[in-house]
Write a protein that binds this ligand. Structure first.
Ligand code: SF4
Length: 301
């Protein structure tokens, strides 16, 4: 802070009045390249930006999600499902593969790990990554609290969906592959009017689903990668459905017209309403993010 002498003229023929005023010296701002804005009094002041200085390991996930939502609704794919339909979709986004330091996809392949959806859309931002890791820590180390928060968020979304005359559909493994059949079983059975949809690369989990040991309102789709093609084909032949990721629109149109690997295919890019897919079909998905340049065989041409 500095003192500045101001000379104020007081009228013709009179001695100018000399006063002093305090003013703030922000000349250093230009040197350290802080972002500033001009305030109402004409002085430029630095913009206060929100910074997360704490490392993610030092944040208590229970406190973090006490007033934040564990269940997300603002993903592009969720919105697509809700468009012109009777459904509202939401999902839990945990950290895929080993992003959090813990393995959350037990059956992931090198190809799917590097081409995972975390590299697409808004999921690439550091704030999204931070929230995913904290959600994963809550899931792993505070399971009871995690399920309580999920129940709280779903109850809120269910009220909203019912007010609009719609059905709430939840995807618990949006970016992970956990044991949804047992972890959320109680939640699924206690809300029979809700729908639950997921994808998995775990053949035992999918076999259990096909043999009817999941809740009746739960739908599971197998997910093909470069290391489980035979299992995916087996499940399609057994009357299940399996996703296959194609690189281009041309490949998608070709597979829709002629099928893929001996079985017919449906377009899975239109929505996430997998329970509407006919059984014994491949579900075609289009490569997004890093998957567009995949060379492992996870994405087919
Ligand atoms: S299994 Fe799915 S969520 Fe996990 S790394 Fe592979 S693509 Fe991502």
């Amino acid at each position: 802070m500095k003192t500045k002498i101001i000379v104020r003229p007081t009228g013709p023929g009179r001695t100018p009045m000399i006063t002093t005023a305090l003013w703030y010296d922000y000349s250093h701002i230009a040197r350290c390249k802080l972002r500033t804005r001009k305030c109402a009094d004409g002085i430029r002041r630095p913009i206060k930006t929100r910074r997360y200085s704490k490392p993610v390991e030092d944040i208590d996930p229970i406190k973090y999600f006490r007033h934040r939502s564990v269940v997300s609704v603002d993903q592009a794919k969720f919105k697509k499902t809700g468009k012109n339909s009777h459904y509202i979709q939401c999902g839990v986004i945990l950290s895929p593969a080993r992003e959090s330091g813990y393995s959350m996809c037990t059956h992931c392949s090198p190809g799917c790990e590097s081409a995972c959806l975390k590299s697409s859309g808004q999921l690439v931002f550091s704030t999204a990554k931070r929230a995913r890791i904290l959600r994963t820590r809550l899931f792993l180390f505070h399971r009871a609290k995690y399920l309580e928060y999920v129940g709280r968020d779903l109850a809120k979304l269910r009220r909203k969906a019912h007010a609009l005359g719609k059905i709430l559909v939840t995807r618990f493994d949006t970016l992970s592959d956990t044991n949804t059949l047992s972890i959320y079983r109680e939640l699924m059975e206690s809300n029979p009017l809700d729908g639950f949809v997921d994808y998995t690369k775990d053949p035992r989990k999918y076999q259990a689903y096909l043999s009817g040991s999941s809740a009746p309102n739960h739908h599971l789709t197998f997910s093909r990668s470069e290391i489980n093609h035979c299992q995916a084909r087996y499940f399609v032949a057994a009357g299940g459905t399996s996703t296959v990721v194609v690189r281009t629109q041309e490949a998608l149109a070709r597979c829709l017209a002629h099928g893929y690997d001996g079985f017919p295919a449906v377009d899975g890019t239109l929505s996430d309403r997998r329970w509407e897919d006919p059984r014994g079909h491949w579900v075609l998905l289009l490569a997004l993010g890093k998957a567009k340049t995949d060379k492992s065989g996870f994405v087919v041409d």
